[in-house]
Design a protein around this ligand. Sequence first.
Ligand SMILES: [Zn+2]
Length: 431
Amino acid sequence: MYMVFDSMEAASRDELREVQDERLREMVETAYENVDYYREMFDEAGLSPDDIQSVGDLSKLPFTTKEDFRDNYPTGMFAVEMEDVIRIHASSGTTGKPKIVGYTRDDLDVWSKAVARCLVAAGVGPDDIVQNAYGYGLFTGGLGLHQGVEELGATVIPIGGGNTQRQVEMLADLGSDVISCTPSYALYLAEVAEDMGYDIRDLPLRVVIFGAEPCTEPMRKEIEERLGVTGIDIYGLSEIVGPGVSIECEQQDGLHIWEDYFYPEIVDPTTGEPVEEGQEGELVLTTLSKQALPVLRYRTGDLTTLNYDTCECGRTAVRMDNITGRSDDLIIVRGVNFYPSEVESVVLEFEEVAPHYRIDISRENNLDTLKVTVEVVDDFDGSITNLKNRITERLSNVLSFTPDELNLVEYGNIARTEVGKVQRVYDHRGQ
Ligand SMILES: [Zn+2]
């Protein structure tokens, strides 16, 4: 057995179920008694808290959505008084008010432990130096990762997002062996290091924990090769806790969900009905240990599948697939549906092209048009026309749709994102 932070990670499924059911009953009681939103939900469904005795009963309940958070802005979903809340975070929405989330002291403790489990699963130990390049502040990424590193007893460098030259200097001078950042930032870091005259592969850095943006398998490979590291995908969302809901172990074969804290279901995104085990659907999460903000059946908008087989690492905790598609990110152009990740996979297939791209959708004369822009590599000396034709053909095959325009630009022409999430899709329709 490999090392785990907490024996629950490898508990038998029966033992786990007992813990889940017990925690759920308590959570439902708390939510019903202290949150008007949940009391009304139960009353309208003709249910009482006693009807939810086990996680198997959850499907009796309606879903909670991001709209419910908005309707109860700012703190209507809280189950405790503000005097018991010791931290507030918020998740930025692209439209409207942010979702406000709060934590009691016990909540922060659970969150720290969840992140510490993640770090151990990623192969990080108390002797490691973790450079945390997630943004600090209202965003849960920075402080969430930070407290997990402290919980584990490793060394945290709270450098935050941006300041890329300093990031590189810290990697070199302090010998950070782990960095947490977005996948696109990891690549940018490699570029800046090169410009500064470092070979980033020669530095002690060996693990990149990336999150906050979807990352396809070819993109992971690119990061691993460019930086000479193991790339580990972490997952989380503020409404549930922040980063640390799940993470890949060193097997890189799905993300272990800490099921004694966060109970996962997969439903059909259209009907809301549970799908058969192993089928893809939308991830729905229920918190099992939150005091300030208990959340029942939250629709994450993330599409994935669950795998209940015991992992090679010895953990029994269920694994979810990497999220490469959010139901919110689905692009519909002239009636054809695709995810940005499908474009990404194609772009990464071509050695002549750098791993940076943007997708522009506009509407001209009532017709949707799709433009894809990619960069050629720095030392490209082949035929642009030939490359263009080959990429266009691959995109047509994968998307079942030919982009109206494929733009090849010189290396470095697509904007890099130093802070926050990278934007790759620009939808100009209706503007
Ligand atoms: Zn594993």
